[in-house]
Ligand binder design. Structure first.
Ligand SMILES: [Zn+2]
Length: 332
């Protein structure tokens, strides 16, 4: 969150409008559930809403100038409480009791509301959820609880039924691209590739745009595809292993590969270049589009998807990649 408040949020206009209207009319629920994949902006949205609710000026946007907003900006607001947890994969019942249930009856120190934000709420174990449920069922008038979850199915239905649910969908590629150009200062072409890679997720776009890891990865991936007929499969697997060890994530590599072959397929079908992610590599895309058949390209795309699934199921890394590159080489 920064001084621009809601203006800095990319997309999600429907949710922002909902939160602004609720604040304006004073019809605030005691429990909110923000859902959306990791990186979709749940925490930012909840923090902005909390700041707006506590703002001394109380307009459609937090003023960011009053004492309350300043404290919220510096993450130092005594009445906006972020629940923390010690173990990475679980929020325990004692954490929920200590930080929330046992303190909720103490009136807000200086603001209208007392707001609790539970990030990664799906990590609450059943005991923790049950402890929280009692508070959600009978909260003090000033209490507001915001749960953030990428996997809301892990929450008890009794909790779900009491929350106003706001789902942060993916934002358009165009919005992501503009964000990358204007805010992250990426050159046009790189923004194009990173936006396609981000698939509407600003967190993922930020990750791709910070440092040169992503641009590097994209460049090397394209290089591997170009060399695929010159190298032995085991040599390629070695290179990919090296690359993915750097980021400890083979998914990014496979996603870029997927974007590439979708480009080849798109070009083969339409001969249009405007919608290509990798349009800077047009000569290579053109070459591959002419040597690959439609069936071959589809087979390659399917095999990339298959490799992703296999790796998630912990099937042997080398074997999976060898199989994938064999399929690619055969069809090119
Ligand atoms: Zn303010």
């Amino acid at each position: 969150m920064d001084e621009r408040g809601f203006a800095a949020v990319v997309g999600h206009n429907d949710i922002i409008e909902h939160l602004q209207n609720a604040t304006k009319s004073g019809k605030i629920s005691h429990a909110y559930l923000f859902t959306g994949e990791p990186g979709s902006g749940k925490k930012l949205m909840a923090t902005l809403f909390a700041t707006l609710l506590q703002c001394e000026k109380g307009r459609a946007n937090p003023c960011m100038k009053c004492a309350s907003c300043k404290k919220a900006l510096s993450q130092n607001h005594p009445d906006i409480i972020m629940i923390t947890h010690e173990k990475q994969n679980v929020i325990t019942v004692s954490e929920i009791r200590e930080q929330l249930v046992n303190t909720v009856d103490i009136k807000p120190y200086e603001s209208r509301y007392k707001i609790y934000i539970v990030n990664e709420a799906e990590k609450m174990n059943p005991q923790a959820q049950n402890a929280l449920l009692k508070t959600i069922e009978e909260p003090p008038a000033y209490a507001i609880i915001m749960l953030l979850a990428s996997n809301p199915d892990a929450l008890l239905s009794t909790i779900l039924s009491r929350c106003v649910r706001l789902n942060l969908k993916t934002v358009s590629d165009k919005d992501v691209r503009e964000y990358l150009i204007n805010e992250m200062h990426l050159p046009d072409y790189e923004a194009e590739v990173a936006a396609a890679f981000a698939q509407g997720n600003i967190g993922r776009a930020q990750e791709a745009a910070s440092g040169d890891t992503f641009a590097n990865l994209a460049h090397r991936t394209v290089q591997i595809i170009k060399d695929i007929d010159k190298l032995q499969i085991y040599e390629i697997v070695e290179v990919v292993k090296e690359i993915s060890a750097e980021k400890n994530n083979i998914d990014d590599f496979l996603d870029i590969l997927l974007l590439w072959f979708r480009d080849v397929l798109l070009y083969k079908a339409t001969r249009e270049t405007d919608n290509l992610v990798f349009r800077r590599e047009l000569s290579e895309i053109r070459r591959e589009a002419s040597v690959c058949s439609y069936e071959g390209l589809q087979e390659i795309i399917d095999s990339i998807e298959k490799a992703k699934t296999r790796l998630h199921a912990n099937v042997n890394f080398d074997l999976t990649l060898e199989l994938l590159f064999l399929t690619i080489a055969e069809n090119m």
